[in-house]
Design a protein around this ligand. Structure first.
Ligand SMILES: [Zn+2]
Length: 90
């Protein structure tokens, strides 16, 4: 599996099970298309922008809850989870 590869169904299930945050936590999903990895949901850094810097100025993100993102078959962005894990310890 690579960051750019579409996760298999099993990988999505595994990632969803690895999600430890509240289902009501707000995350970002790309509004349309595949820019920024449409299969992933991202942690929010500043309003409307993903923590990992995915996408570009043209990429539109919408805020949804983790519960909603998972219902749309999205999985946590691994880069965001990593960045979050190293910054939370500060
Ligand atoms: Zn991300």
């Amino acid at each position: 599996m690579t960051d750019n590869g579409k996760p298999t169904r099993d990988e999505r299930v595994e990632r969803a099970e690895a999600e430890s945050r509240e289902a009501s936590t707000e995350v970002l999903v790309s509004a349309s298309g595949t820019a920024g990895g449409s299969y992933a949901y991202h942690d929010m850094r500043t309003a409307g922008r993903p923590l990992c810097g995915a996408g570009d100025e043209e990429t539109e993100y919408v805020t949804v809850t983790i519960e909603e993102a998972q219902r749309r078959n999205k999985a946590p962005c691994q880069r965001c989870r990593y960045l979050d894990s190293i910054t939370e310890r500060d």
